[in-house]
Design a protein around this ligand. Structure first.
Ligand code: HEC
Length: 437
């Protein structure tokens, strides 16, 4: 038994390859990750629980899950099922008993049947992802317990851009859910080709001619090129594959998966832009003190560090390099409608949450996360830089190939939607631009 446990841990570590030692950088000034009091939706919920303004209900089937999702306003239509043993409570995860993940713009919730805890990561405007567990046993006063090292081992590694962030992976799983690492594994975001996605996940939805690695269990030794996943494609009903009664819904919606993949990396890049800018400004202030320069003296190296995190963020928020769809995508869980209806909308009824799902994920390719508190809380230096670069692209001043996927009509629509729906844009956004014909 002991040997098995150890080998699983080694496998998971090999998969996540933490290359930044835990808390090394972000536990110091100016981030102080571990010692700063978080201000996220879980700390707010805990306060309401402590003040008896609300309570959590426990059920025998899923513990606190339903109640927590409802308090956090996370829709069960976001449910995605992952059966690879690639995360914390791996002993509970198998193809028969997958882990369920739910999310909204602010929080991610992981649930394992028979799991000892709910696993939660919440976005804090200054700390990035903050991790919590909630014990899955009836308690008069349930407590979300903040976790650091035990989660950062994987969620604070090079796999999450060296910041406390999210992970989305695709692996080749065997019948026990173990990833077959000799076949390879992929870190997934919106730029990943569809054919590499969803290994180790159940996927419910239609996707035409697209191939992918979802719903696939590999029996025996096989080279990746010998793998035939024809049985795993265009699956709209997962019920013949496993007992779905213990889950909140019988779905693992393909569109929810694609939105998660967009959002998880977008959060990582926003957090990276926040941390790197604050670290650069902190370093600059120290340097100015030592070299007896005035406190506001600017170093070229500070600006270049801000650019080096701002540019990838702008590209990602505007979906540069997004995997192109060859066939339409359709989910099964009602996620698509539930997500889109949240808006906000401009006077023409347009929203950044409107889906395309014919050739790309969204109709207007600019991330809805520009509305989120974590984006607005970016240090002014990098937020101004990002908004200026976005403006350059949207008014046609930047015509580099990186943004060639945005037609003039796309740029105009995104610009108009943002001006109508996002308060606090810089004044120059309101000036009528001159777009190329
Ligand atoms: C052994 C590595 C590992 C550890 C340790 C770990 N996780 Fe994860 N976690 C993952 C991986 C990999 C994923 C991606 C989904 C998957 O493969 O299951 C993930 C996904 C998640 C998600 C869904 C959002 C996302 O990032 O995709 C949450 C929430 C989460 N983990 C919470 C936690 C919490 C809370 C802890 C600590 C108590 C923790 N995790 C510890 C590996 C880990």
């Amino acid at each position: 038994m002991r040997y098995v446990g150890l080998s699983v841990l080694m496998t998971v570590l090999a998969l996540t390859q933490p290359s930044v030692s835990v808390g090394d950088d972000f536990d110091r000034e100016p981030i102080n990750y571990g010692t700063t009091q978080p201000r996220d939706c879980i700390s707010r919920l805990q306060k309401r629980l402590d003040q008896a303004e609300t309570t959590l209900k426990y059920t025998d089937s899923s513990g606190y899950l339903q109640s927590v999702l409802s308090e956090l306003q996370v829709s069960p239509t976001t449910q995605m099922l992952v059966f690879s043993k690639t995360s914390l409570q791996r002993q509970c995860i198998t193809p028969e008993t997958p882990r369920a993940v739910y999310f909204n713009d602010e929080v991610y919730v992981g649930f394992c049947r028979e799991g000892e805890v709910l696993e939660i990561s919440a976005v804090d405007p200054q700390l990035g992802m903050v991790f919590y567990t909630l014990e899955q046993r009836p308690d008069a006063q349930p407590k979300f317990v903040r976790q650091t090292d035990s989660c950062l081992l994987c969620h604070g590694s090079s796999q999450s851009h060296g910041v406390p962030g999210n992970l989305v992976r695709s692996v080749y799983p065997d019948a026990g859910g173990f990833p077959i690492l000799s076949s390879g594994s992929f870190r997934i975001d919106q730029t990943s080709p569809i054919e590499k996605r969803w290994g180790g996940w159940y996927v419910s939805g239609e996707h035409g001619t697209h191939k992918h690695l979802g719903n696939l269990i590999i029996h025996g030794k096989k080279e990746p090129e010998e793998i035939d996943n024809s049985q795993g494609l265009n699956v709209t009903d997962l019920t013949p594959r496993l007992n779905l009664k213990p889950y909140l819904t019988p779905h693992s919606d393909i569109v929810a998966l694609m939105v998660l993949e967009h959002q998880a990396m977008a959060h990582n890049l926003i957090i990276q832009a926040n941390f790197s800018t604050r670290q650069a400004l902190h370093y600059q202030a120290q340097l100015n003190l030592e070299l007896k320069e005035p406190p506001g003296h600017r170093w070229a190296s500070t600006l270049s560090r801000i650019r080096s995190v701002g540019d990838p963020l702008v590209k990602y928020l505007l979906f540069s390099g997004e995997a192109r769809l060859q066939s339409p995508i359709k989910g099964t869980a009602g996620f698509t409608d539930q997500f889109a209806k949240q808006g906000p909308r401009d006077t023409q009824g347009r929203s950044l949450r409107d889906f395309d799902l014919q050739t790309r994920l969204f109709k207007y390719p600019c991330s809805y996360l520009v509305y989120s508190p974590v984006f607005d809380a970016l240090p002014a230096d990098v937020r101004d830089y990002v908004l200026q670069r976005m403006w350059d692209v949207l008014n046609g001043k930047d015509s580099t190939p990186e943004f060639a996927h945005l037609s003039t009509a796309d740029r105009t629509a995104i610009r108009e939607i943002l001006i109508a729906t996002k308060p606090s844009l810089p004044a120059y956004w309101k000036v009528e631009p001159r777009l190329p014909k």
